[in-house]
Design a protein. Structure first.
Length: 749
C-alpha cells in the first residue's frame, strides 16, 4: 500500500535526517555552479519550426547561395548636430566598417560612404543605417554574434560621442532582438523576485505565525530555484532552450517550493499539537501530506509535459523548465523538508514570544462557513458560477495574433534601433520578406525574364510593399529592354553587377532570390497575410518559397494550432487518469477537471479584458491595449493553470477523502476537509498571487500576460472555486462522489 510505504519513508528520513540534509547541501551547492552560468546556454528567441517553409528558406540561403547577408544585423547611427559628411560622423562610419570587416563573425558590410546609396540615408543626412552580413547560418548564430559586434563598434561610437553628445548608435535586427530578450528576461525576472519577496515573507508570517515555520518554505523555494536552474544548465547543453525556461523556473520554483512546504509544515505542526513525538509526526506528515504532494506534483507535471512536447521552442522551453522545477520541488518536499522538520521538531514554532495569529489556524471560522454551504449548496454554487462566468465572458471575443504597437521595453537596444529606423521611414529593413524562386532550369535567362519582370511589377504595385530588390531590380530606372540585353550573357552580367552572384543567384543558377521591404505603417498581422499570399502564387516556370519573420510567424501559428487539440487532450485525459487512480472515484476526477477549466476561463477572460480591450491597462504600465493575444499564451496558460489549480484540488479532496474513509459521511467529510485545508490553501494561494502578480508588472507584455493570467487563475481557484463551488458540488453529489473501484471507492459504513 502506498501510504504504508510513505510511512516507512518518513521513518527512514527521520533516522537519517542529518545525512539527507548534508547530501542536499552538496547537491544545491553544485547546482548553484550551473545556475550562475545559465544565461550562457539559453537562447533568447523562438527558434525555427522544424520542417517549415521559413526554416527551409533560411537553410537554402545559407547552403545554396553565396549570399553574405542571409543573416544580417543593422547598424543605425544618428546625430542632432552633424550630417554623415561631417568629420566626426564620417570617422565613426569608416572606423566601424573597418572594425567590422576584420571581425570573424562578419561576412560583409554595406555602409555609407563606401556604398554611395542615398537609400541608406535620411533626407537631412543626419541619420544612416548599414547592413552587417554575418557568417552565421541561422538566427541562433546571429544572436551569439551580437555582443561581439556591438563591442567592435563601441570604441568608435564613444569617441564620436565625446565630440557630439547628441550622437547615438544602435545595433538592431532579428538576431539583436533575440539576444536582447534573453538578457532582459534575466533582469526582468530578478526584479520580479525582488518585488515579490517582502510580501511573500509577510504572507508566510501570517500563515504560520513564527519565524522558524515561515522561514522553512522560503528555504525550500530558494533550493528549488537553484536546483532547477542547475539542472536546466545541463539540459540546455543538449536541448535548445530559451530564457523562458529560466523565467518559469524562478516563477514556479519559489511558488511551488513554498506551496508544498505550507502543506507539509502545517500537517507536521498539527501532528505535534496532538501530542505525537517528532518521529511519529514526520511519519504522519510524509504518509498524508507527502502523498498529496506526490499526486499534486504528478498532475502539475502532466501540464508541463504537454508543453515540452510542442514543436515551438518557447513553449517547449517553458515545458522543460516547469517539468524540472516540479520534479525538484516534489523531491525536496518529500526528502529535505521532512529531514529539516525532524531536526527542528517542536522548535518549528520558535521563537514562541513572537508567535502571531495565523491564517491557517482559523479552522472554527472555516468550519462554520462550510456548514453554511452544506445547508444551501445550490444558491452558493450558482453564485460562484455567475462570478466565474462574469470573469470569463471576455474570452468569447479573444483575438489571437501578434500584439499591435509597442510590446518591447524602450530601453532594449533592438527597440531603440528600430525606433530610429522608423523615424527614417526605413523600419521595414529589419524584417524583410525573403523570396526564393526555384526553377528546373537556369533561373536567369531570356526565357524566364518576362515572368520575373511581371512578378516584380506585381510586387511593387502592392500598397504594402515599399521596395523590391532582386535580379530585375538592380538599379532604379532600368527598363525591360536593358534587362534583356544584360541577360543575353549571364557571366558578363555577373561581372558587371557582382551583386547577382553575391546575392541574387544560387550557385547552381537554378534559383534566384528577391526580398521585399515593407511600408512602415503596415501592421504585423497584415505582413503575415502578405507572406501567406505570396506563398500561393509564383511566376510561371518557378516555385516560390517565402521566408523571413512574417513567414516564420505564419509557420509558428500553424504549428501552434496543430498541437492545441493534442496537448489539451493529453493534459485532460492524463489528469483524469492520475486523479482516478489517486481517489478511486469516477465522479471526483471529472468534477476536478471541470473546475480547472473554470480557472482557465477566468484567466483567459482577464487577459482579454486587460490586454486586448485595455480595461485597467494603465495599472500595469501599458499605454495602449495590445489589440490581440499571442497564440502561444492561451496554450501556456492552459497547461500551467491546469496543473497549479489541481494542486489545491488534490490538497482539498485528499483531506476530504481521509475523513470520508474514516466516517463514511460525505457531508461531514466535506466540512472537515474545508475546515482543515481552506486556511492553508488561502495562504498558499496568496503567496502564488504575490509571486505571479509581480510578473504582471514586468516590462515585457508577454511576461505580463502570463503573470496576470496565472495570478487571477490561482486567486479564483483558491477562493470562488475551492471554498465555495467545490464544497457545494460535493454536497450535491453526496456519496456518488466516491463511487468507483477498489477500497477507497467503498463506503466505510
Amino acid at each position: 500500500m502506498l501510504k504504508a510505504r510513505f510511512t516507512r519513508l518518513g521513518a527512514w528520513l527521520y533516522r537519517h535526517r542529518l545525512a539527507v540534509i548534508a547530501l542536499w547541501l552538496v547537491a544545491v551547492a553544485v547546482a548553484g555552479l550551473g545556475a550562475s552560468r545559465i544565461t550562457q546556454v539559453l537562447a533568447g528567441g523562438t527558434g525555427g519550426i522544424a520542417g517549415s517553409q521559413s526554416e527551409r528558406v533560411e537553410q537554402i540561403l545559407a547552403r545554396e547561395f553565396n549570399n553574405p547577408y542571409s543573416q544580417v544585423l543593422v547598424l543605425v547611427a544618428k546625430s542632432d548636430r552633424q550630417t554623415v559628411d561631417d568629420p566626426a560622423f564620417r570617422s565613426f562610419l569608416q572606423e566601424s566598417v573597418a572594425s567590422l570587416e576584420a571581425h570573424a563573425d562578419v561576412s560583409d558590410v554595406t555602409a555609407y560612404p563606401a556604398a554611395d546609396d542615398v537609400r541608406l540615408l535620411s533626407r537631412d543626412k543626419r541619420e544612416t543605417f548599414a547592413f552587417i552580413g554575418l557568417n552565421a547560418r541561422d538566427v541562433r548564430g546571429a544572436e551569439k554574434a551580437v555582443p561581439a559586434i556591438r563591442q567592435a563598434i563601441q570604441a568608435a561610437g564613444l569617441e564620436t560621442r565625446k565630440q557630439d553628445p547628441s550622437f547615438e548608435w544602435h545595433v538592431t535586427g532579428r538576431g539583436a532582438l533575440t539576444y536582447d530578450i534573453n538578457q532582459f528576461s534575466t533582469e526582468d525576472t530578478s526584479k520580479a523576485e525582488t518585488r515579490s519577496l517582502p510580501l511573500t515573507i509577510l504572507v508566510l508570517l501570517l500563515a504560520f505565525g513564527t519565524l522558524a515555520a515561515a522561514g522553512i518554505p522560503l528555504v525550500m523555494g530558494a533550493c528549488a530555484i537553484v536546483l532547477t536552474q542547475g539542472l536546466l544548465f545541463l539540459v540546455a547543453g543538449t536541448i535548445e532552450l530559451t530564457a523562458f525556461a529560466q523565467s518559469v523556473s524562478t516563477m514556479l520554483g519559489l511558488a511551488m517550493g513554498i506551496d508544498y512546504s505550507l502543506l507539509m509544515v502545517n500537517r507536521f505542526r498539527d501532528a505535534l499539537a496532538r501530542g505525537l513525538e517528532t518521529s511519529q509526526a514526520i511519519e504522519e506528515t510524509v504518509s498524508t501530506a507527502g502523498l498529496a504532494v506526490l499526486f499534486s506534483g504528478l498532475t502539475v507535471l502532466i501540464g508541463f509535459a504537454g508543453l515540452a512536447a510542442t514543436p515551438i521552442l518557447d513553449t517547449r522551453s517553458i515545458g522543460w523548465g516547469g517539468f524540472i522545477v516540479v520534479i525538484g520541488s516534489v523531491t525536496l518536499a518529500l526528502t529535505l523538508l521532512p529531514a529539516l522538520l525532524g531536526v527542528l521538531g517542536p522548535r518549528v514554532d520558535s521563537p514562541r514570544w513572537l508567535k502571531l495569529p495565523t491564517l491557517a489556524a482559523q479552522q472554527p471560522a472555516w468550519r462554520r462557513w462550510a456548514k453554511r454551504i452544506m445547508r444551501r449548496p445550490i444558491p452558493f454554487g450558482l453564485s460562484a458560477l455567475v462570478l466565474i462566468a462574469a470573469l470569463s465572458w471576455p474570452a468569447v471575443d479573444i483575438k489571437l495574433g501578434f500584439p499591435d504597437g509597442r510590446w518591447l521595453p524602450e530601453r532594449l537596444e533592438f527597440q531603440q534601433g528600430h525606433d530610429a529606423l522608423m523615424a527614417m521611414g526605413k523600419g521595414g529593413v529589419i524584417a524583410p520578406v525573403h523570396l526564393v524562386l526555384k526553377s528546373d532550369r537556369d533561373a536567369l535567362s531570356l526565357e524566364t525574364l518576362p515572368a520575373l519582370l511581371a512578378y516584380s511589377r506585381e510586387l511593387k504595385a502592392d500598397s504594402r510593399v515599399a521596395e523590391v530588390a532582386g535580379p530585375v531590380d538592380l538599379r532604379a530606372g532600368m527598363g525591360p529592354a536593358e534587362y534583356f540585353m544584360l541577360y543575353r550573357n549571364l557571366d558578363a552580367a555577373i561581372k558587371q553587377y557582382p551583386l547577382l552572384g553575391d546575392l541574387f543567384l544560387s550557385r547552381d543558377r537554378h534559383s534566384t532570390y528577391m526580398y521585399l521591404t515593407l511600408q512602415d505603417g503596415v501592421p504585423f498581422e497584415e505582413t503575415k497575410r502578405l507572406a501567406a499570399e505570396l506563398g500561393k502564387k509564383a511566376p510561371p516556370g518557378f516555385t516560390v518559397l517565402v521566408g523571413g519573420q512574417a513567414s516564420f510567424y505564419n509557420d509558428f501559428d500553424a504549428a501552434m494550432l496543430g498541437v492545441y487539440p493534442w496537448v489539451i487532450g493529453f493534459v485532460v485525459l492524463a489528469t483524469l487518469l492520475v486523479l482516478t487512480l489517486a481517489f478511486r472515484s469516477f465522479l471526483v476526477p471529472i468534477k476536478a477537471v471541470l473546475m480547472n477549466l473554470l480557472s482557465v476561463g477566468a484567466a483567459y477572460g482577464t487577459i482579454v479584458a486587460v490586454f486586448q480591450y485595455g480595461w485597467g491597462a494603465q495599472i500595469f504600465g501599458l499605454s495602449a491595449p495590445s489589440g490581440a493575444i499571442p497564440l502561444s499564451i492561451p496554450l501556456m496558460l492552459f497547461c500551467i493553470i491546469f496543473g497549479l489549480s489541481m494542486d489545491y484540488e488534490v490538497f482539498l479532496l485528499h483531506r476530504i477523502k481521509e475523513v470520508y474513509d474514516e466516517t463514511g459521511d460525505n457531508t461531514h467529510a466535506t466540512v472537515e476537509g474545508v475546515a482543515s485545508t481552506a486556511g492553508i490553501i488561502t495562504s498558499a494561494a496568496l503567496i502564488m498571487v504575490v509571486i505571479f502578480g509581480a510578473f504582471a508588472w514586468a516590462e515585457m507584455v508577454i511576461v505580463q500576460m502570463l503573470g496576470l493570467g496565472l495570478a487571477v487563475a490561482v486567486l479564483v481557484d483558491a477562493t470562488i472555486i475551492r471554498i465555495l463551488l467545490v464544497p457545494a458540488l460535493m454536497r450535491l453529489a453526496g456519496d456518488w462522489n466516491w463511487r468507483g473501484f477498489g477500497k477507497s471507492g467503498r463506503r466505510a459504513r
